[in-house]
Design a protein around this ligand. Structure first.
Ligand code: TRP
Length: 456
């Protein structure tokens, strides 16, 4: 089923880095700390890790297998592998989910750009923790400024997607990701040296299971889906560009491992710093943007140029990490339109982006002047986040697992995952039981638990 004329990643390492670039993003540095903070800390982390292992890694392998086997967009991949009836629409649900995530992702991506610019203009220096809080809330509720950044984020993301698979996506991921990692390591050191930091470490690493409620499970599962980029066929799409020899299991382990490591390290930056300056760990989406400037300017306060360089570089890299993820959210819809309508790639990308412009603006405004319009007690931004991460991604994952486990041709699946028949039999057996039974049951159990049908 080799497809001539489609984009392909130029090298094995490029393919892996692009998938890692999709996984590593705001989900790790922004969403993980605030979900952990809002859900009681270490106990959430334990549930999150369980979700990564039981649901995340097997599902990532499944998405890789579907993508590389079919070498097609999400919509066509499932039917190509034997889906009939309603199964055909799984791919469509996936693309819709990614597109909805992008609508609020670009808002936060915009915030990172604002922080790049204000770091650059030295606007973060000489402030108290209260100033950072006030500045951030007045920025996101401003009716104009964040919108400019939404447009900018969308424009940049679109630009890279337009440059195509190899030149754009691959090249961007190769340099930025290792740099980000080094920066994060240094910042962990800085944060841990702040006075009172140990309370934050304890919050992240010492579990108190009495704080676990039904929604903690759902939050942990949603975060695992969001952070690993699974449940919407984004990795399917990327795997359709993978070379034949790419080792699907190995890649899934590596990507999930690095992604989780970066999330935990981000927690080790944020929580010690939050406790040190007296910011609530449950502060929500604003948490990272308020605590980080404190880390820079308290840790390097005596050497202002170092604080300046650090905050500028860090936000730049964070914006890059967000960009590689945003690209991966736009790519599935672009490819789908391109391959199904035979429109040029350029027009397909533009078409896929147009609605994001509209809803991105609405999500941004819902943090300020439209905050009073609420559905189920959530503004539009929170509603999009809740519906996608906690409902649509797990559903997409559930259907993908059921399809791969029960419907897809076993031989085809085996030839994709067995890595030229080098994978040991026992591992394949464990994999089958996970994907066919355990993983779907885990997702369903967490849903029923949330609905109060029974209690985990
Ligand atoms: N994983 C990315 C992050 O952590 C976000 C993301 C990119 C994503 N592509 C995705 C989430 C696909 C779910 C599905 O920031």
């Amino acid at each position: 089923m080799e497809n001539i004329g489609r984009g392909n990643f130029g090298s094995k390492i490029g393919a892996v880095l692009a998938a890692a670039g999709s996984a590593i993003g705001l989900g790790n540095v922004w969403r993980f700390p605030y979900e952990t903070g809002a859900n009681g800390g270490a106990a959430f982390l334990v549930l999150y890790l369980a979700c990564v292992i039981i649901i995340g890694i097997p599902l990532m392998v499944a998405e890789f297998a579907v993508g590389r086997r079919s070498r097609a967009n999400n919509f066509r991949a499932f039917p190509l592998l034997g889906a009939t009836g309603l199964w055909k629409y799984v791919g469509f649900l996936c693309v819709l989910t990614g597109w909805l995530i992008l609508c609020y992702y670009v808002v936060v991506q915009g915030w990172t750009i604002e922080y790049v610019i204000s770091s650059g203009a030295n606007g973060l220096a000489n402030k108290t923790p209260d100033d950072y809080t006030a500045d951030f809330s007045s920025f996101i509720s401003n009716p104009v400024k964040p919108l400019i950044y939404v447009f900018l984020s969308i424009g940049i993301t679109l630009g890279v997607v337009l440059m195509g698979v190899q030149k754009g996506i691959e090249r961007a991921s190769k340099v930025m990701m290792p740099m980000l990692f080094i920066f994060i390591l240094v910042l962990v050191g800085c944060s841990l040296s702040l006075p009172g930091a140990m309370k934050g470490v304890e919050f992240l690493l010492n579990p108190d299971f009495s704080k676990v409620t039904a929604s903690t499970y759902l939050a942990a599962m949603g975060q695992a889906f969001f952070s690993l980029s699974i449940g919407m066929g984004c990795l399917c799409t990327y795997a359709s560009y993978f070379p034949k020899e790419a080792n699907l299991f190995g890649n899934a382990f590596n990507i999930a491992g690095i992604d989780t490591l970066i999330a935990i390290l981000s927690g080790l930056i944020i929580f010690p710093a939050a406790y040190s300056v007296g910011i609530e760990p449950g502060a929500g989406p604003s948490l990272v943007f308020i605590t980080l400037p404190n880390v820079f300017y308290q840790a390097f306060g005596s050497i202002p140029w170092l604080a300046y360089m650090f905050s500028l570089m860090f936000y730049l890299l964070l914006a890059m990490a967000a960009l590689t993820s945003a690209i991966s959210l736009l790519e599935p819809a672009t490819l789908l339109i391109h391959e199904e309508t035979h429109l040029r790639r350029r027009w397909s990308a533009l078409l896929a982006t147009a609605p994001v412009l509209l809803f991105g603006v609405a999500c941004s405004l819902s943090m300020g002047i439209w905050d009073e319009y609420k559905l189920f007690g959530m503004n539009l931004f929170d509603l999009f986040d809740f519906t996608t991460a906690k409902i649509m991604l797990p559903l997409g994952g559930l259907f993908t697992a059921l399809f791969v486990g029960w419907k897809m041709d076993k031989k085809a699946l085996l030839s994709e995952i067995s890595n030229q028949r080098t994978l040991p039999q026992w591992l394949i057996r464990i994999y089958y039981s996970l994907i066919k039974v355990i993983l779907p049951l885990a997702i369903i159990a967490i849903f029923l638990n949330e609905l109060g049908v029974f209690s985990l």
